[in-house]
Ligand binder design. Structure first.
Ligand SMILES: Cc1cc2nc3c(=O)[nH]c(=O)nc-3n(C[C@H](O)[C@H](O)[C@H](O)COP(=O)(O)OP(=O)(O)OC[C@H]3O[C@@H](n4cnc5c(N)ncnc54)[C@H](O)[C@@H]3O)c2cc1C
Length: 66
């Protein structure tokens, strides 16, 4: 659950950072564009977001219900 949360948080934070920088935030010369790219992959590797949420977290939560 922590991974699912912080991956989305990282995407949101770096998106906002890029947005604040405007057009220059998209330019490769600025580190902020790389931060967004790196944050984006967090929800793909080491357990893709959908797999993590559906197959791991939801399954575990349902086990606790029954
Ligand atoms: C930079 C990088 C480094 C990596 N390093 C390593 C490494 O060191 N060692 C290693 O073993 N692997 C590594 N990987 C592989 C990584 O673990 C896989 O990319 C990851 O597990 C996702 O698998 P996939 O790419 O085959 O996507 P897929 O499994 O094909 O998933 C594609 C999309 O479909 C979704 N999806 C899949 N199944 C379901 C489902 N049942 N229901 C709903 N949605 C679903 C996924 O969430 C995803 O959005 C790396 C990947 C990257 C990008």
């Amino acid at each position: 659950m922590a991974k699912a949360y912080v991956c989305r948080a990282a995407e949101w934070v770096t998106r906002e950072a890029m947005q604040i920088h405007g057009g220059m935030g998209y330019a490769e010369e600025y580190a902020v564009s790389r931060y967004f790219l790196d944050a984006r992959v967090l929800s793909i590797f080491e357990g893709a977001d959908e797999t993590l949420c559906l197959k791991v977290i939801a399954r575990r939560l349902l086990e606790n219900v029954t």
